[in-house]
Design a protein around this ligand. Sequence first.
Ligand code: ATP
Ligand code: MG
Length: 578
Amino acid sequence: MRVSRLFFPSLRENPKEAETVSHVFMLRAGLVRKLASGIYTLLPIGYRVVKKIENIIREEMDAKGGQELFMPALQPAELWLESGRWYDYGPELMRLEDRKERTFALGPTHEEVITTLVRDNNRSYRKLPLLLYQIQVKFRDEIRPRFGVMRAREFIMKDLYSFDRDEEGMNRSYDAMYDAYCRIFKRCGLDYRVVEADSGAIGGDVSHEFMVLADTGEAEIAFCDSCGYASNLEKATDQLDPPEDAQEMDIQEVYTPNIKTIEELANFLAIDKSRTVKAVVYEAIYSGEKWNIVAAFVRGDYDINEIKLKNLLGCLYLNPATEEEVLSITPGGGGFIGPIGLKDAVVVVDESVMRMKNVVVGANKENYHLKNVNPQKDFPDDMKVADIRKVHDGSKCPKCGFPMKVRRGIEVGHIFKLGTKYSEAMNATFLDENGEKKYYVMGCYGIGVERTMAAVIEQLHDDKGIIWPMTIAPYHVIVVSVVVKDEQQRETAERIYSELINRGVEVLIDDRDESPGVKFNDADIMGIPLRVTVGKYLKEGKVELRWRRSGEVKLYSVNEIVDAVELAIKKEIDEINS
Ligand code: ATP
Ligand code: MG
Protein backbone atom coordinates (compact mmCIF):
# COMPACT_ATOMS: atom_id res chain seq x y z
CA MET A 1 0.00 0.00 0.00
CA ARG A 2 1.17 3.49 -0.84
CA VAL A 3 1.01 5.97 2.02
CA SER A 4 0.17 8.65 -0.56
CA ARG A 5 -3.12 6.78 -1.15
CA LEU A 6 -3.73 5.51 2.36
CA PHE A 7 -6.81 6.79 4.18
CA PHE A 8 -5.32 7.54 7.55
CA PRO A 9 -6.41 10.88 8.86
CA SER A 10 -3.63 11.36 11.41
CA LEU A 11 -3.57 14.14 13.99
CA ARG A 12 -0.53 16.15 15.05
CA GLU A 13 -1.90 17.08 18.49
CA ASN A 14 -3.36 15.00 21.30
CA PRO A 15 -7.15 15.20 20.98
CA LYS A 16 -8.84 16.72 24.02
CA GLU A 17 -11.53 14.07 24.35
CA ALA A 18 -9.03 11.22 24.78
CA GLU A 19 -8.07 10.29 28.34
CA THR A 20 -6.05 7.13 27.77
CA VAL A 21 -2.92 6.40 25.77
CA SER A 22 -4.68 3.90 23.55
CA HIS A 23 -7.49 6.31 22.75
CA VAL A 24 -5.01 9.12 21.98
CA PHE A 25 -2.93 6.97 19.64
CA MET A 26 -5.92 5.36 17.97
CA LEU A 27 -7.18 8.81 17.04
CA ARG A 28 -3.76 10.25 16.22
CA ALA A 29 -2.62 7.33 14.08
CA GLY A 30 -5.97 7.26 12.29
CA LEU A 31 -7.20 3.86 13.49
CA VAL A 32 -10.71 4.86 14.48
CA ARG A 33 -13.16 7.75 14.31
CA LYS A 34 -16.14 8.41 16.54
CA LEU A 35 -19.59 8.58 15.01
CA ALA A 36 -21.54 9.08 18.24
CA SER A 37 -20.98 8.34 21.92
CA GLY A 38 -19.52 4.83 22.19
CA ILE A 39 -19.92 4.21 18.44
CA TYR A 40 -16.85 4.05 16.22
CA THR A 41 -15.78 3.50 12.64
CA LEU A 42 -12.72 1.30 12.24
CA LEU A 43 -10.55 2.97 9.61
CA PRO A 44 -8.36 0.89 7.25
CA ILE A 45 -5.32 0.72 9.56
CA GLY A 46 -7.44 -0.06 12.63
CA TYR A 47 -9.50 -2.61 10.77
CA ARG A 48 -6.39 -4.46 9.60
CA VAL A 49 -5.35 -4.91 13.22
CA VAL A 50 -8.85 -6.03 14.16
CA LYS A 51 -8.86 -8.63 11.37
CA LYS A 52 -5.49 -9.97 12.52
CA ILE A 53 -6.74 -10.36 16.07
CA GLU A 54 -9.88 -12.04 14.72
CA ASN A 55 -7.77 -14.48 12.73
CA ILE A 56 -5.65 -15.43 15.73
CA ILE A 57 -8.90 -16.02 17.62
CA ARG A 58 -10.28 -18.11 14.75
CA GLU A 59 -7.18 -20.28 14.58
CA GLU A 60 -7.26 -20.99 18.28
CA MET A 61 -11.01 -21.62 18.39
CA ASP A 62 -10.79 -23.96 15.40
CA ALA A 63 -7.83 -25.76 16.96
CA LYS A 64 -10.10 -26.70 19.87
CA GLY A 65 -12.84 -27.96 17.59
CA GLY A 66 -14.81 -24.73 17.46
CA GLN A 67 -17.17 -24.24 14.50
CA GLU A 68 -17.79 -20.72 13.27
CA LEU A 69 -21.29 -19.51 12.49
CA PHE A 70 -22.94 -16.10 12.36
CA MET A 71 -26.04 -15.16 14.34
CA PRO A 72 -28.31 -12.15 13.92
CA ALA A 73 -27.83 -9.02 16.02
CA LEU A 74 -31.62 -8.47 16.06
CA GLN A 75 -33.20 -10.80 18.57
CA PRO A 76 -36.93 -11.18 19.29
CA ALA A 77 -37.91 -10.06 22.81
CA GLU A 78 -39.73 -13.40 23.36
CA LEU A 79 -36.36 -15.16 23.61
CA TRP A 80 -35.28 -12.83 26.37
CA LEU A 81 -38.59 -13.22 28.17
CA GLU A 82 -38.15 -16.98 27.99
CA SER A 83 -34.70 -16.89 29.60
CA GLY A 84 -35.89 -14.35 32.16
CA ARG A 85 -33.29 -11.78 31.13
CA TRP A 86 -35.61 -9.26 29.45
CA TYR A 87 -35.98 -7.62 32.87
CA ASP A 88 -32.79 -8.83 34.54
CA TYR A 89 -30.46 -7.38 31.94
CA GLY A 90 -31.63 -3.85 32.68
CA PRO A 91 -31.12 -0.64 30.73
CA GLU A 92 -27.93 -1.89 29.03
CA LEU A 93 -30.14 -3.94 26.71
CA MET A 94 -30.98 -1.92 23.59
CA ARG A 95 -34.65 -2.44 22.79
CA LEU A 96 -36.64 -1.49 19.72
CA GLU A 97 -39.89 -2.11 17.87
CA ASP A 98 -40.47 -3.03 14.25
CA ARG A 99 -43.29 -1.61 12.11
CA LYS A 100 -45.66 -4.29 13.35
CA GLU A 101 -44.91 -3.26 16.94
CA ARG A 102 -43.04 -6.44 17.68
CA THR A 103 -40.30 -5.86 20.22
CA PHE A 104 -36.65 -6.77 19.66
CA ALA A 105 -33.35 -6.45 21.39
CA LEU A 106 -30.04 -5.66 19.76
CA GLY A 107 -27.95 -8.54 21.08
CA PRO A 108 -25.51 -7.72 23.88
CA THR A 109 -24.64 -11.44 23.99
CA HIS A 110 -26.14 -14.56 22.37
CA GLU A 111 -27.00 -17.22 24.96
CA GLU A 112 -30.71 -17.04 24.10
CA VAL A 113 -30.22 -17.31 20.33
CA ILE A 114 -27.69 -20.14 20.46
CA THR A 115 -29.65 -22.13 23.04
CA THR A 116 -32.76 -21.91 20.86
CA LEU A 117 -30.76 -22.86 17.79
CA VAL A 118 -29.25 -25.96 19.35
CA ARG A 119 -32.51 -26.92 21.07
CA ASP A 120 -34.40 -26.85 17.77
CA ASN A 121 -31.72 -28.48 15.62
CA ASN A 122 -29.93 -31.10 17.61
CA ARG A 123 -31.52 -34.10 19.28
CA SER A 124 -28.75 -36.52 20.07
CA TYR A 125 -25.72 -36.85 22.32
CA ARG A 126 -23.70 -37.98 19.29
CA LYS A 127 -22.75 -34.46 18.16
CA LEU A 128 -21.62 -33.41 21.65
CA PRO A 129 -19.58 -31.55 22.64
CA LEU A 130 -20.69 -28.78 20.30
CA LEU A 131 -18.48 -25.71 20.31
CA LEU A 132 -20.11 -22.98 18.26
CA TYR A 133 -18.74 -19.49 17.89
CA GLN A 134 -19.05 -16.26 16.00
CA ILE A 135 -17.21 -12.99 15.62
CA GLN A 136 -19.96 -10.45 15.52
CA VAL A 137 -21.18 -7.02 16.58
CA LYS A 138 -22.67 -6.58 20.06
CA PHE A 139 -24.75 -3.72 21.39
CA ARG A 140 -24.77 -2.56 24.99
CA ASP A 141 -26.18 0.74 26.10
CA GLU A 142 -23.33 1.34 28.54
CA ILE A 143 -24.05 3.94 31.19
CA ARG A 144 -20.62 5.49 30.66
CA PRO A 145 -19.10 4.77 27.26
CA ARG A 146 -15.48 5.88 27.42
CA PHE A 147 -11.84 5.42 26.52
CA GLY A 148 -12.75 5.11 22.85
CA VAL A 149 -13.38 1.55 21.73
CA MET A 150 -12.49 0.20 25.17
CA ARG A 151 -16.00 0.72 26.53
CA ALA A 152 -18.17 1.20 23.49
CA ARG A 153 -21.88 0.75 22.87
CA GLU A 154 -21.34 -1.16 19.63
CA PHE A 155 -18.33 -3.48 19.51
CA ILE A 156 -17.07 -6.72 18.03
CA MET A 157 -17.03 -9.79 20.24
CA LYS A 158 -15.96 -13.33 19.68
CA ASP A 159 -18.45 -15.44 21.58
CA LEU A 160 -18.26 -19.20 21.76
CA TYR A 161 -20.85 -21.44 23.42
CA SER A 162 -20.15 -24.99 24.49
CA PHE A 163 -22.83 -27.67 24.77
CA ASP A 164 -21.91 -30.82 26.67
CA ARG A 165 -23.75 -33.87 27.94
CA ASP A 166 -22.62 -33.53 31.54
CA GLU A 167 -20.60 -31.47 33.95
CA GLU A 168 -17.43 -33.38 33.26
CA GLY A 169 -17.77 -32.58 29.58
CA MET A 170 -18.41 -28.90 30.36
CA ASN A 171 -15.26 -28.81 32.49
CA ARG A 172 -13.26 -30.25 29.61
CA SER A 173 -14.64 -27.66 27.19
CA TYR A 174 -13.95 -24.94 29.75
CA ASP A 175 -10.34 -26.05 30.19
CA ALA A 176 -9.86 -26.16 26.43
CA MET A 177 -11.14 -22.59 26.10
CA TYR A 178 -9.03 -21.44 29.03
CA ASP A 179 -6.02 -22.81 27.24
CA ALA A 180 -7.04 -21.27 23.89
CA TYR A 181 -7.52 -17.86 25.54
CA CYS A 182 -4.03 -18.01 27.05
CA ARG A 183 -2.63 -18.67 23.59
CA ILE A 184 -4.69 -15.92 21.96
CA PHE A 185 -3.59 -13.20 24.36
CA LYS A 186 0.00 -14.35 24.24
CA ARG A 187 -0.07 -14.27 20.45
CA CYS A 188 -1.41 -10.72 20.64
CA GLY A 189 1.73 -9.83 22.60
CA LEU A 190 -0.12 -9.15 25.85
CA ASP A 191 1.09 -9.58 29.39
CA TYR A 192 -2.09 -10.76 31.14
CA ARG A 193 -3.34 -12.49 34.26
CA VAL A 194 -6.22 -14.89 34.65
CA VAL A 195 -8.42 -14.07 37.63
CA GLU A 196 -11.45 -15.60 39.31
CA ALA A 197 -14.47 -13.51 38.51
CA ASP A 198 -18.05 -12.76 39.34
CA SER A 199 -20.52 -14.07 36.75
CA GLY A 200 -22.79 -10.99 36.66
CA ALA A 201 -25.77 -10.93 34.32
CA ILE A 202 -24.48 -13.90 32.30
CA GLY A 203 -24.89 -16.27 35.26
CA GLY A 204 -23.33 -19.55 36.33
CA ASP A 205 -21.02 -20.35 39.24
CA VAL A 206 -17.47 -20.45 37.93
CA SER A 207 -15.90 -17.83 35.73
CA HIS A 208 -12.49 -16.43 34.91
CA GLU A 209 -11.46 -13.15 33.41
CA PHE A 210 -8.36 -12.43 31.36
CA MET A 211 -6.93 -9.17 32.60
CA VAL A 212 -4.28 -6.96 31.13
CA LEU A 213 -2.57 -4.99 33.89
CA ALA A 214 -2.83 -1.27 33.13
CA ASP A 215 -3.40 1.79 35.30
CA THR A 216 -6.17 2.89 32.98
CA GLY A 217 -8.08 -0.38 33.43
CA GLU A 218 -11.60 -0.09 34.80
CA ALA A 219 -11.43 -3.35 36.72
CA GLU A 220 -9.51 -3.98 39.91
CA ILE A 221 -7.81 -7.24 40.67
CA ALA A 222 -6.26 -8.67 43.81
CA PHE A 223 -3.42 -11.13 43.45
CA CYS A 224 -0.87 -12.94 45.53
CA ASP A 225 2.70 -13.06 44.29
CA SER A 226 3.46 -15.94 46.62
CA CYS A 227 0.91 -18.61 45.69
CA GLY A 228 -0.61 -17.21 42.50
CA TYR A 229 -4.16 -16.61 43.78
CA ALA A 230 -5.76 -13.93 41.61
CA SER A 231 -9.29 -12.60 41.62
CA ASN A 232 -11.35 -9.72 40.37
CA LEU A 233 -11.89 -7.42 43.35
CA GLU A 234 -15.63 -7.98 42.86
CA LYS A 235 -15.10 -11.53 44.03
CA ALA A 236 -11.79 -11.46 45.94
CA THR A 237 -11.72 -12.45 49.56
CA ASP A 238 -9.02 -12.48 52.21
CA GLN A 239 -7.89 -14.34 55.29
CA LEU A 240 -9.25 -12.83 58.50
CA ASP A 241 -7.45 -12.57 61.81
CA PRO A 242 -8.54 -15.26 64.27
CA PRO A 243 -11.46 -14.26 66.55
CA GLU A 244 -10.35 -11.99 69.38
CA ASP A 245 -10.57 -13.42 72.85
CA ALA A 246 -10.55 -10.23 74.93
CA GLN A 247 -12.71 -9.82 78.03
CA GLU A 248 -16.15 -8.53 77.02
CA MET A 249 -16.88 -5.17 78.58
CA ASP A 250 -20.15 -3.34 79.17
CA ILE A 251 -21.70 -1.18 76.48
CA GLN A 252 -21.12 2.51 76.99
CA GLU A 253 -22.73 5.41 75.15
CA VAL A 254 -20.26 8.10 74.04
CA TYR A 255 -20.99 11.64 72.92
CA THR A 256 -19.49 12.13 69.46
CA PRO A 257 -20.75 15.52 68.28
CA ASN A 258 -20.88 15.79 64.49
CA ILE A 259 -18.49 12.86 64.13
CA LYS A 260 -19.85 11.16 61.02
CA THR A 261 -17.08 9.42 59.14
CA ILE A 262 -14.94 6.49 60.22
CA GLU A 263 -11.80 8.65 59.98
CA GLU A 264 -13.32 11.33 62.24
CA LEU A 265 -14.52 8.71 64.69
CA ALA A 266 -11.16 6.92 64.91
CA ASN A 267 -9.36 10.26 65.39
CA PHE A 268 -11.86 11.49 67.95
CA LEU A 269 -11.63 8.33 70.06
CA ALA A 270 -7.90 7.87 69.33
CA ILE A 271 -8.38 4.28 68.16
CA ASP A 272 -7.55 2.41 64.97
CA LYS A 273 -10.21 2.35 62.24
CA SER A 274 -10.28 -1.43 62.58
CA ARG A 275 -11.79 -1.02 66.08
CA THR A 276 -14.90 0.59 64.56
CA VAL A 277 -17.75 -0.65 62.42
CA LYS A 278 -18.67 1.08 59.16
CA ALA A 279 -22.31 1.27 58.09
CA VAL A 280 -23.75 1.83 54.61
CA VAL A 281 -27.47 1.93 53.86
CA TYR A 282 -28.90 0.82 50.52
CA GLU A 283 -32.17 0.52 48.71
CA ALA A 284 -32.29 -3.01 47.26
CA ILE A 285 -34.59 -3.43 44.26
CA TYR A 286 -35.85 -6.85 43.23
CA SER A 287 -37.81 -7.82 40.13
CA GLY A 288 -41.42 -6.70 40.13
CA GLU A 289 -42.37 -4.13 42.73
CA LYS A 290 -40.38 -5.59 45.57
CA TRP A 291 -37.77 -3.53 47.38
CA ASN A 292 -36.34 -3.07 50.86
CA ILE A 293 -33.80 -1.11 52.85
CA VAL A 294 -30.56 -2.83 53.69
CA ALA A 295 -28.04 -1.73 56.31
CA ALA A 296 -24.64 -3.27 55.70
CA PHE A 297 -21.78 -3.32 58.21
CA VAL A 298 -18.05 -4.00 57.81
CA ARG A 299 -14.98 -3.49 59.93
CA GLY A 300 -13.99 0.20 59.77
CA ASP A 301 -10.84 -0.38 57.71
CA TYR A 302 -12.74 -2.13 54.90
CA ASP A 303 -15.29 -0.92 52.38
CA ILE A 304 -18.44 -2.73 51.34
CA ASN A 305 -18.17 -4.89 48.24
CA GLU A 306 -21.48 -4.06 46.57
CA ILE A 307 -21.27 -6.92 44.07
CA LYS A 308 -20.99 -9.47 46.88
CA LEU A 309 -23.85 -7.78 48.73
CA LYS A 310 -26.03 -7.71 45.63
CA ASN A 311 -25.36 -11.41 44.96
CA LEU A 312 -26.15 -12.27 48.58
CA LEU A 313 -29.46 -10.43 48.50
CA GLY A 314 -30.34 -11.64 45.00
CA CYS A 315 -31.54 -8.16 44.02
CA LEU A 316 -31.33 -6.50 40.61
CA TYR A 317 -30.08 -3.10 41.76
CA LEU A 318 -28.48 -1.71 44.87
CA ASN A 319 -28.81 2.08 45.15
CA PRO A 320 -27.54 4.37 47.90
CA ALA A 321 -30.43 5.07 50.30
CA THR A 322 -31.90 8.57 50.37
CA GLU A 323 -31.77 10.69 53.52
CA GLU A 324 -35.46 10.02 54.22
CA GLU A 325 -34.91 6.30 53.85
CA VAL A 326 -32.04 6.43 56.32
CA LEU A 327 -34.18 8.42 58.76
CA SER A 328 -36.97 5.86 58.39
CA ILE A 329 -34.73 3.16 59.88
CA THR A 330 -32.73 5.19 62.40
CA PRO A 331 -33.65 8.40 64.24
CA GLY A 332 -29.96 9.30 64.42
CA GLY A 333 -29.68 9.76 60.63
CA GLY A 334 -26.56 9.10 58.56
CA GLY A 335 -23.29 8.99 60.51
CA PHE A 336 -24.70 7.39 63.65
CA ILE A 337 -26.03 4.14 62.28
CA GLY A 338 -25.42 0.91 64.20
CA PRO A 339 -26.83 -2.60 63.99
CA ILE A 340 -28.57 -2.44 67.35
CA GLY A 341 -32.15 -1.18 67.28
CA LEU A 342 -32.63 -0.44 63.58
CA LYS A 343 -36.24 -0.40 62.36
CA ASP A 344 -37.45 -2.22 59.22
CA ALA A 345 -34.06 -2.84 57.67
CA VAL A 346 -32.38 -6.00 56.54
CA VAL A 347 -29.15 -6.11 58.53
CA VAL A 348 -26.11 -7.65 56.82
CA VAL A 349 -22.87 -7.92 58.77
CA ASP A 350 -19.51 -8.88 57.39
CA GLU A 351 -17.69 -11.83 58.94
CA SER A 352 -14.81 -9.53 59.91
CA VAL A 353 -17.04 -7.73 62.41
CA MET A 354 -18.20 -10.95 64.06
CA ARG A 355 -14.63 -11.77 65.13
CA MET A 356 -14.23 -8.55 67.06
CA LYS A 357 -14.73 -7.73 70.72
CA ASN A 358 -15.55 -4.39 72.35
CA VAL A 359 -16.02 -2.42 69.13
CA VAL A 360 -17.49 1.00 68.43
CA VAL A 361 -20.75 1.24 66.46
CA GLY A 362 -23.28 4.02 65.79
CA ALA A 363 -25.91 4.41 68.52
CA ASN A 364 -28.83 5.17 66.18
CA LYS A 365 -29.09 8.45 68.05
CA GLU A 366 -27.80 11.75 66.72
CA ASN A 367 -24.25 12.60 67.93
CA TYR A 368 -23.77 9.32 69.80
CA HIS A 369 -21.88 6.09 69.33
CA LEU A 370 -21.70 2.94 71.47
CA LYS A 371 -18.42 1.60 72.82
CA ASN A 372 -17.66 -1.94 73.97
CA VAL A 373 -20.22 -3.60 71.74
CA ASN A 374 -19.75 -7.35 71.31
CA PRO A 375 -21.23 -8.46 68.00
CA GLN A 376 -21.70 -12.14 68.95
CA LYS A 377 -23.82 -11.16 71.94
CA ASP A 378 -25.25 -7.72 71.15
CA PHE A 379 -26.14 -7.73 67.45
CA PRO A 380 -29.72 -8.61 66.39
CA ASP A 381 -30.63 -12.29 66.00
CA ASP A 382 -32.15 -11.92 62.55
CA MET A 383 -29.09 -10.36 60.91
CA LYS A 384 -27.34 -12.04 57.98
CA VAL A 385 -23.64 -12.70 58.41
CA ALA A 386 -21.62 -13.03 55.20
CA ASP A 387 -18.51 -12.00 53.34
CA ILE A 388 -19.40 -8.55 51.97
CA ARG A 389 -16.04 -6.83 52.39
CA LYS A 390 -13.80 -5.41 49.69
CA VAL A 391 -10.22 -6.55 50.03
CA HIS A 392 -7.50 -3.95 49.66
CA ASP A 393 -3.80 -3.69 48.93
CA GLY A 394 -2.08 -5.59 51.72
CA SER A 395 -5.08 -7.80 52.63
CA LYS A 396 -3.98 -11.35 53.39
CA CYS A 397 -4.24 -13.94 50.61
CA PRO A 398 -7.13 -16.34 51.35
CA LYS A 399 -5.01 -19.31 50.25
CA CYS A 400 -1.62 -18.63 51.86
CA GLY A 401 -1.89 -15.50 54.00
CA PHE A 402 0.75 -13.53 52.08
CA PRO A 403 -0.08 -9.80 51.63
CA MET A 404 -1.90 -9.31 48.34
CA LYS A 405 -1.55 -6.56 45.77
CA VAL A 406 -4.49 -4.71 44.29
CA ARG A 407 -3.97 -3.32 40.80
CA ARG A 408 -6.07 -2.08 37.90
CA GLY A 409 -6.66 -4.20 34.83
CA ILE A 410 -8.44 -4.25 31.48
CA GLU A 411 -10.78 -7.20 31.06
CA VAL A 412 -10.16 -8.53 27.56
CA GLY A 413 -11.80 -11.93 27.90
CA HIS A 414 -14.28 -13.67 30.15
CA ILE A 415 -15.22 -17.36 30.32
CA PHE A 416 -18.15 -18.87 32.22
CA LYS A 417 -19.40 -22.26 33.29
CA LEU A 418 -23.11 -21.82 32.79
CA GLY A 419 -24.28 -25.28 33.75
CA THR A 420 -27.97 -25.72 32.88
CA LYS A 421 -29.07 -22.13 33.54
CA TYR A 422 -30.14 -21.47 29.94
CA SER A 423 -30.93 -25.01 28.84
CA GLU A 424 -33.43 -25.39 31.70
CA ALA A 425 -34.96 -21.92 31.25
CA MET A 426 -35.37 -22.56 27.51
CA ASN A 427 -36.01 -26.28 27.74
CA ALA A 428 -33.06 -27.30 25.58
CA THR A 429 -32.59 -31.05 25.83
CA PHE A 430 -30.96 -33.94 23.97
CA LEU A 431 -31.38 -37.70 24.17
CA ASP A 432 -28.54 -39.70 25.71
CA GLU A 433 -27.62 -43.25 24.60
CA ASN A 434 -30.41 -44.69 26.75
CA GLY A 435 -32.96 -42.46 25.07
CA GLU A 436 -33.23 -40.33 28.19
CA LYS A 437 -33.86 -36.57 27.96
CA LYS A 438 -31.08 -34.45 29.43
CA TYR A 439 -30.41 -30.74 29.67
CA TYR A 440 -27.33 -29.48 27.89
CA VAL A 441 -24.57 -28.40 30.23
CA MET A 442 -23.23 -25.18 28.80
CA GLY A 443 -20.35 -22.75 28.91
CA CYS A 444 -19.80 -19.38 27.23
CA TYR A 445 -16.61 -17.59 26.34
CA GLY A 446 -16.19 -13.98 25.14
CA ILE A 447 -13.38 -11.79 23.86
CA GLY A 448 -13.73 -8.09 23.08
CA VAL A 449 -11.84 -7.65 19.82
CA GLU A 450 -11.39 -3.85 19.76
CA ARG A 451 -10.80 -3.82 23.49
CA THR A 452 -7.98 -6.29 22.98
CA MET A 453 -6.50 -3.98 20.35
CA ALA A 454 -6.72 -1.04 22.78
CA ALA A 455 -5.18 -3.10 25.59
CA VAL A 456 -2.20 -3.93 23.38
CA ILE A 457 -1.63 -0.21 22.80
CA GLU A 458 -1.93 0.50 26.54
CA GLN A 459 0.87 -1.98 27.13
CA LEU A 460 3.01 -1.51 24.05
CA HIS A 461 3.76 2.11 23.24
CA ASP A 462 6.28 4.87 23.86
CA ASP A 463 5.96 8.64 23.66
CA LYS A 464 6.26 8.47 19.86
CA GLY A 465 3.34 6.13 19.37
CA ILE A 466 2.19 2.54 19.12
CA ILE A 467 4.63 -0.41 19.06
CA TRP A 468 2.69 -3.27 17.44
CA PRO A 469 3.86 -6.82 17.94
CA MET A 470 4.55 -8.36 14.53
CA THR A 471 1.59 -10.75 14.90
CA ILE A 472 -1.07 -8.05 14.79
CA ALA A 473 0.72 -5.10 13.19
CA PRO A 474 -1.34 -3.50 10.40
CA TYR A 475 1.74 -3.79 8.16
CA HIS A 476 5.01 -5.52 8.93
CA VAL A 477 7.31 -2.98 7.34
CA ILE A 478 7.36 0.50 5.87
CA VAL A 479 9.79 1.57 3.18
CA VAL A 480 10.76 5.24 3.32
CA SER A 481 12.91 7.12 0.86
CA VAL A 482 14.44 10.14 2.54
CA VAL A 483 14.68 12.45 -0.47
CA VAL A 484 11.85 11.72 -2.87
CA LYS A 485 13.33 13.97 -5.54
CA ASP A 486 16.46 11.79 -5.55
CA GLU A 487 15.64 9.52 -8.46
CA GLN A 488 18.00 6.74 -7.33
CA GLN A 489 16.51 6.66 -3.82
CA ARG A 490 12.99 6.67 -5.21
CA GLU A 491 13.67 3.85 -7.65
CA THR A 492 15.46 1.71 -5.07
CA ALA A 493 12.63 2.18 -2.57
CA GLU A 494 10.12 1.20 -5.25
CA ARG A 495 12.13 -1.89 -6.17
CA ILE A 496 12.40 -3.06 -2.54
CA TYR A 497 8.68 -2.41 -2.11
CA SER A 498 7.71 -4.52 -5.13
CA GLU A 499 10.01 -7.34 -4.11
CA LEU A 500 8.55 -7.42 -0.62
CA ILE A 501 5.06 -7.54 -2.11
CA ASN A 502 6.14 -10.44 -4.31
CA ARG A 503 7.33 -12.30 -1.22
CA GLY A 504 3.93 -11.79 0.43
CA VAL A 505 5.21 -9.31 3.01
CA GLU A 506 2.66 -6.74 4.22
CA VAL A 507 4.41 -3.57 3.25
CA LEU A 508 3.78 0.17 3.07
CA ILE A 509 5.81 2.60 1.02
CA ASP A 510 5.87 6.21 2.09
CA ASP A 511 6.02 7.82 -1.31
CA ARG A 512 4.70 11.20 -0.17
CA ASP A 513 6.56 14.38 -0.94
CA GLU A 514 7.01 15.13 2.76
CA SER A 515 10.03 15.82 4.94
CA PRO A 516 11.78 12.74 6.36
CA GLY A 517 10.76 13.93 9.87
CA VAL A 518 7.07 13.79 9.02
CA LYS A 519 7.42 10.36 7.44
CA PHE A 520 9.44 8.92 10.32
CA ASN A 521 6.94 10.32 12.84
CA ASP A 522 4.00 8.81 11.01
CA ALA A 523 5.73 5.42 10.77
CA ASP A 524 6.46 5.60 14.50
CA ILE A 525 2.99 6.64 15.62
CA MET A 526 1.44 3.92 13.43
CA GLY A 527 3.75 1.47 15.17
CA ILE A 528 5.01 -0.38 12.08
CA PRO A 529 7.55 -2.87 13.53
CA LEU A 530 10.20 -2.47 10.80
CA ARG A 531 11.31 0.50 8.73
CA VAL A 532 13.55 0.33 5.70
CA THR A 533 15.14 3.72 5.11
CA VAL A 534 16.60 4.45 1.72
CA GLY A 535 18.83 7.48 2.23
CA LYS A 536 22.40 8.65 2.49
CA TYR A 537 23.97 5.15 2.63
CA LEU A 538 22.64 4.33 -0.81
CA LYS A 539 25.81 5.80 -2.28
CA GLU A 540 27.57 2.83 -0.66
CA GLY A 541 24.87 0.52 -1.94
CA LYS A 542 23.28 0.18 1.51
CA VAL A 543 19.95 0.84 3.19
CA GLU A 544 18.95 0.93 6.87
CA LEU A 545 16.67 -1.50 8.66
CA ARG A 546 15.24 -0.08 11.88
CA TRP A 547 13.31 -1.91 14.59
CA ARG A 548 10.50 0.22 16.01
CA ARG A 549 10.56 -1.42 19.44
CA SER A 550 14.28 -1.21 20.25
CA GLY A 551 15.31 1.60 17.95
CA GLU A 552 18.12 -0.65 16.72
CA VAL A 553 19.40 0.10 13.20
CA LYS A 554 21.37 -2.24 10.93
CA LEU A 555 22.77 -1.59 7.49
CA TYR A 556 22.15 -4.05 4.66
CA SER A 557 23.13 -4.01 1.05
CA VAL A 558 20.25 -3.43 -1.34
CA ASN A 559 20.55 -7.07 -2.43
CA GLU A 560 20.22 -8.43 1.09
CA ILE A 561 17.49 -6.22 2.49
CA VAL A 562 14.46 -8.21 1.33
CA ASP A 563 15.81 -11.42 2.86
CA ALA A 564 16.69 -9.55 6.07
CA VAL A 565 13.17 -8.13 6.36
CA GLU A 566 11.59 -11.50 5.72
CA LEU A 567 13.78 -13.13 8.33
CA ALA A 568 13.12 -10.44 10.94
CA ILE A 569 9.37 -10.84 10.48
CA LYS A 570 9.50 -14.60 10.71
CA LYS A 571 11.75 -14.50 13.77
CA GLU A 572 9.42 -12.27 15.74
CA ILE A 573 6.26 -14.10 14.76
CA ASP A 574 7.81 -17.46 15.66
CA GLU A 575 8.99 -16.09 18.99
CA ILE A 576 5.54 -14.83 19.96
CA ASN A 577 3.75 -17.95 18.73
CA SER A 578 6.10 -20.43 20.36
P1 ATP B 1 -17.24 -5.17 31.64
O1 ATP B 1 -17.20 -5.65 33.05
O2 ATP B 1 -15.97 -4.51 31.20
O3 ATP B 1 -18.46 -4.39 31.31
P2 ATP B 1 -18.49 -7.58 30.87
O4 ATP B 1 -18.20 -8.47 32.01
O5 ATP B 1 -19.77 -6.89 30.78
O6 ATP B 1 -17.30 -6.49 30.75
P3 ATP B 1 -18.69 -9.81 29.06
O7 ATP B 1 -20.17 -9.80 29.07
O8 ATP B 1 -17.97 -10.87 29.75
O9 ATP B 1 -18.16 -8.37 29.53
O10 ATP B 1 -18.20 -9.69 27.54
C1 ATP B 1 -17.08 -10.39 27.01
C2 ATP B 1 -16.00 -9.42 26.54
O11 ATP B 1 -16.51 -8.40 25.70
C3 ATP B 1 -15.32 -8.67 27.67
O12 ATP B 1 -14.33 -9.45 28.28
C4 ATP B 1 -14.75 -7.47 26.94
O13 ATP B 1 -13.51 -7.80 26.35
C5 ATP B 1 -15.75 -7.21 25.85
N1 ATP B 1 -16.64 -6.08 26.21
C6 ATP B 1 -17.65 -6.07 27.10
N2 ATP B 1 -18.26 -4.88 27.13
C7 ATP B 1 -17.61 -4.10 26.22
C8 ATP B 1 -17.77 -2.76 25.77
N3 ATP B 1 -18.73 -1.98 26.26
N4 ATP B 1 -16.94 -2.29 24.81
C9 ATP B 1 -15.96 -3.08 24.29
N5 ATP B 1 -15.76 -4.35 24.67
C10 ATP B 1 -16.57 -4.87 25.62
MG1 MG C 1 -20.32 -4.98 31.07
